[in-house]
Design a protein around this ligand. Structure first.
Ligand code: PGA
Length: 253
């Protein structure tokens, strides 16, 4: 059975002390709730806090993910962080192709593909984001856009490699805007994505792939989003910065 995942993307928020407080709060909350055994929590702090956050969890409460990785193996790439470095810190997951990276740092599908390759080479699971902007949704191009992103970013992989990938559908118009996709819009796109995977790798691989929804997901709307058969959890931005909200979302399965 595929995993149900709630992943918190802290983005560029929190100082060291604030991050320490947040992860402490998350741990305390987790002691008092019982999540379903198939629910996987992932916390994705900024790079400088990865080790501190990992030290808290020891993987028994949540896994730790990075928010970005270099498309290069190693060498003279000032400011970059390699997949080998993340591997050496036993980081399990990494977000790739987030719309903010695509929009502000010109991350193309080719770069996404190179980053995915680096992660898989070093044993990390990529959480690959896709999603259309508002104008594309308004002109009914969302399926074409997402198909392109998945095709060019991921479909060079073998079926075995693809088995390590988590997909996050994040309509850009819903990210940080308070505007959430309706459960019907999410289900429609998730089913479409699963169909693309089935066409490329077969039904079995498609049924095993976790497809998360992202974009203003919060405790009040998570239940109706997660109730859809092809929505396997969420990639949570704003609401992951509060332990109560983050855990409340994970309780909605
Ligand atoms: P949001 O962000 O939950 O704040 O909309 C989601 C994301 O960007 O992953």
């Amino acid at each position: 059975m595929r995993k149900q995942i709630v992943a918190g993307n802290w983005k560029m928020n929190k100082t060291f002390t604030e991050a320490d407080d947040l992860v402490n709060d998350i741990m305390n909350k987790l002691e008092s709730v019982s999540l379903k055994p198939e629910t996987q929590l992932i916390v994705c702090p900024p790079f400088p806090f990865l080790e501190m956050v990992s030290d808290y969890s020891d993987d028994s409460y949540f896994e730790v993910g990075a928010q970005n990785v270099s498309d290069q193996e190693s060498g003279a790439y000032t400011g970059e962080v390699s997949a080998a470095m993340l591997e050496s810190m036993e980081i399990g997951y990494c977000i790739v192709g987030h719309s903010e990276r695509r929009a502000y740092y010109h991350e193309t599908d080719a770069i996404v593909a190179a980053k995915v390759n680096q992660l898989l080479k070093h044993g990390l699971k990529p959480i690959v984001c896709c999603g259309e902007v508002l104008e594309e949704r308004e002109s009914n191009q969302q399926f074409e856009v997402v198909k392109h992103q998945i095709n060019d970013g991921l479909f060079h992989l073998t079926a075995e490699q693809f088995g390590e990938v988590v997909i996050a559908y994040e309509p850009v118009w819903a990210i940080g805007t308070g505007k959430t996709a309706t459960p019907e819009q999410a289900q429609e796109m998730h089913a479409f994505i699963r169909g693309l995977i089935a066409e490329k790798y077969g039904k079995e691989v498609a049924e095993e792939t976790s497809i998360l929804y992202g974009g203003s997901c919060k405790p009040s709307n998570a239940k109706e989003l997660f109730a859809n058969k092809d929505v396997d959890g969420g990639l949570i931005g704003g609401a992951s910065l509060k332990a109560d909200d983050f855990i409340a979302i994970a309780e909605q399965f």
